[in-house]
Ligand binder design. Structure first.
Ligand SMILES: Cc1cc2nc3c(=O)[nH]c(=O)nc-3n(C[C@H](O)[C@H](O)[C@H](O)COP(=O)(O)OP(=O)(O)OC[C@H]3O[C@@H](n4cnc5c(N)ncnc54)[C@H](O)[C@@H]3O)c2cc1C
Length: 484
C-alpha cells in the first residue's frame, strides 16, 4: 500500500455543496483534495435544477403562446423538442462533460482526484490505491441518488429516473410518472406541454403532499388543464415491460400503460458506501446526522443533500458557507499550537490572523426560513411551516389566505392567473412562521415572505408596509387582512 499523502482537507463528492466547500477552502490557502466519481458540479447542473428549468422555460413559452387566444389575437404553436434537447446538451451540460468544472476547481488551487472515495479510519480517505491523510478535516458532500420503491417487477424494467428524462432526445408518445412530488409534477407538465400523453400515479391522497392542501389543488388543476391524468391514492403493486411499453398495476387493481415510465419517488443517501464504520459513525441511518455547524464527528463535516436538511441547491450552498467558516476556524486554532502533526499550514497566514482564538463567529445553521419552490406553472413557493405542521407543534395558529384571480393583478392577468398567498402566523408571538405563494411568479413573490419569516417581522409592521399596485405580491396584504 502506498504511503498516505498528507493534505489539509479532503472533500468527498464535488456536487454543489462539495465543490463550493473545496473551492473556497483552496482559495483560502489550504491544500485541498477534491474527489468526485462522476461529474464535478453534481446533480444540479447536469440532471437537476439547471436542465429541468431550461425544459420548464421552454414549456412555459408554449403555454404563454397558447394564451394569446383571447388576450391578443391568435397564435399557432408547433412544439419541437429538438431545441430544448440541444440547449441542455450544448449550453447546460457540455454533453455531460465536466472539463470546465474541473478547471474551475483546480484554478482555485484545489487538487482534483477522479474516483470513488471511502473513509479509511480517522482522518484518512481512500481512493482506489491512494490514501490521503487529512490534517484539518474531511468533508462529505456525497448527495443522494433516486430512491426506487420495492415494487414487484420494477427493477427488471428499463424505467427512467430523472437522468434519462433530462437526457431524452426524442419524446415518447406516452409517459407514466410514478410520484407526484415536485420533480414529478415539473417534468409531467413539461412533457405534457410538448404533446406527450402523461399520467401521474401518486400513492398519497394528493400531489405535492408536503405543501398546503390548497397548493396541491391548484397544481393538480393546472396539470389537468394541460392534459395530464392524475391518479392519487394509488399504491403501485406491480410493473412490467413487454419490450414495447410499461404496464403499472395499482393496489386497487387499476392498470396504467405507457411507452415510458419515470420513477420519481424521492431520493436516498447511500451511507453504507462511505466507510463510516471506520470512524465510528452509524451508517444505518437515512441521512448523516449533523449538528448546527454541520459536524458529523471529530474532524468530519457533511454538506448538502446527504445531511437530509432539505434537498435543495440553496441548502447545500448555505451549509457550505458554514462548513468553510468552521473548517477554517479549526485550522487556525490547530496552526496556532494545537496541531498534533506539528506541521505548519497555509491556513493561519492565508485565512486570518486570529491565531489561537475563535474570534470570528462561525454561523450556526438555522432552517426556520428555508424556502422551497416547485417550478410548475403556476409556481408553488413556500417557506417555513404549513398550517398543519404548525398545528401539530401546538402553535396558536392564525391563517390568512388571498386568491390571485380576485386580486387586481390576477384579474388583469386573466389566463394563467391561478394562485394564492397563504400565511401561517404564531398568534401569540405575532409573527409569520410559514407562508405559501402560488401563482405566475410564486417563487419570486415568496422572497418577501422569506424575509418576514427569517427576520420574524411583526405582523403589525407587515400590515403597515406599502405594497406596490398592481403586483402579485399585493396578495400578501390581502392575506394579512384576511387574517385579522
Ligand atoms: C430533477 C431535479 C430537479 C431539481 N431542481 C432543483 C431546483 O430547482 N432547485 C434546487 O434548489 N434544487 C433542485 N434539485 C436538487 C439539487 O439538485 C440538489 O439539492 C443538489 O444537487 C444537492 O447537491 P449536493 O452537493 O448535496 O449533492 P449532489 O449534487 O448529488 O452531488 C454529490 C456528488 O457526490 C459524488 N459522490 C457520491 N459519493 C461519492 C464517493 N464515494 N466518492 C466520490 N464522489 C462521490 C456524486 O457523484 C455527486 O457528483 C433538483 C434535483 C433534481 C433531481
Amino acid at each position: 500500500m502506498a504511503d498516505p499523502e498528507l493534505v489539509d482537507v479532503v472533500v468527498v463528492g464535488l456536487g454543489v455543496g462539495g465543490e463550493e466547500v473545496a473551492g473556497r477552502l483552496a482559495e483560502a490557502g489550504l491544500s485541498v483534495v477534491g474527489v468526485e466519481r462522476d461529474l464535478v458540479g453534481g446533480e444540479c447542473p447536469y440532471w437537476g435544477c439547471v436542465p429541468s428549468k431550461m425544459m420548464i422555460r421552454a414549456a412555459n413559452a408554449i403555454a404563454e403562446a397558447r394564451r394569446v387566444d383571447g388576450l391578443a389575437g391568435s397564435a399557432e404553436v408547433r412544439p419541437d423538442w429538438s431545441p430544448v434537447a440541444r440547449r441542455i446538451r450544448e449550453e447546460a451540460t457540455d454533453t455531460w462533460d465536466d472539463t470546465v468544472a474541473v478547471q474551475r476547481f483546480t484554478g482555485k488551487g484545489g487538487r482534483f482526484v477522479r474516483g470513488t472515495a471511502r473513509l479509511d479510519g480517522p482522518g484518512r480517505v481512500r481512493v482506489g490505491e491512494r490514501v490521503f491523510q487529512a490534517r484539518h478535516g474531511i468533508v462529505l458532500g456525497t448527495g443522494t441518488r433516486p430512491s426506487v420503491p420495492p415494487v414487484d417487477g420494477l427493477a427488471d424494467t428499463p424505467y427512467w429516473t430523472n437522468r434519462q428524462a433530462i437526457e431524452v432526445e426524442e419524446l415518447p408518445e406516452s409517459l407514466l410518472v410514478l410520484g407526484g412530488g415536485a420533480i414529478g409534477l415539473e417534468l409531467a407538465q413539461v412533457f405534457a406541454r410538448f404533446g406527450v400523453r402523461v399520467t401521474v400515479v401518486e400513492a398519497l391522497d394528493r400531489v405535492l403532499a408536503v405543501e398546503e392542501p390548497e397548493a396541491s389543488e391548484v397544481a393538480a388543476a393546472a396539470l389537468r388543464a394541460d392534459g395530464v391524468e392524475i391518479h392519487t391514492g394509488v399504491r403501485a403493486e406491480r410493473v412490467s415491460h413487454d419490450g414495447q411499453g410499461f404496464t403499472l398495476r395499482g393496489a386497487g387493481g387499476a392498470e396504467f400503460t405507457a411507452d415510458r415510465l419515470l420513477v420519481v419517488t424521492g431520493r436516498r443517501a447511500h451511507l453504507d458506501e462511505l466507510g463510516l464504520d471506520t470512524v465510528g459513525v452509524d451508517a444505518g441511518r437515512r441521512y448523516l446526522a449533523v449538528d448546527d455547524r454541520l459536524h458529523v464527528t471529530d474532524g468530519i463535516w457533511a454538506v448538502g443533500d446527504v445531511t437530509g436538511e432539505g434537498a435543495f441547491t440553496h441548502v447545500a450552498m448555505y451549509q457550505a458557507g458554514i462548513v468553510v467558516a468552521d473548517v477554517l476556524d479549526h485550522a487556525r486554532r490547530a496552526d496556532a499550537g494545537a496541531d498534533p502533526s506539528g506541521t505548519a499550514s497555509a491556513a493561519g497566514g492565508a485565512a486570518g490572523s486570529e491565531a489561537g482564538g475563535s474570534t470570528r463567529a462561525v454561523p450556526r445553521a438555522d432552517y426556520r426560513a428555508l424556502p422551497r419552490v416547485t417550478f410548475t406553472d403556476p409556481e408553488v413557493g413556500a417557506v417555513g411551516l404549513t398550517e398543519h405542521q404548525a398545528r401539530e407543534r401546538g402553535v396558536n395558529v392564525q391563517v390568512g389566505l388571498a386568491r390571485l384571480p380576485s386580486s387586481a393583478r390576477g384579474w388583469i392577468h386573466k389566463a394563467g392567473n391561478e394562485g394564492f398567498v397563504k400565511l401561517v402566523a404564531d398568534a401569540d408571538e405575532g409573527v409569520l412562521i410559514g407562508a405559501t405563494s402560488v401563482g405566475p411568479a410564486g417563487g419570486e413573490v415568496l422572497s418577501a415572505l422569506v424575509v418576514a419569516v427569517h427576520a420574524a417581522v411583526p405582523l403589525a409592521r407587515l400590515r403597515q408596509m406599502i405594497y406596490a399596485y398592481p403586483t402579485f405580491h399585493r396578495a400578501i396584504e390581502d392575506a394579512l387582512r384576511d387574517m385579522s
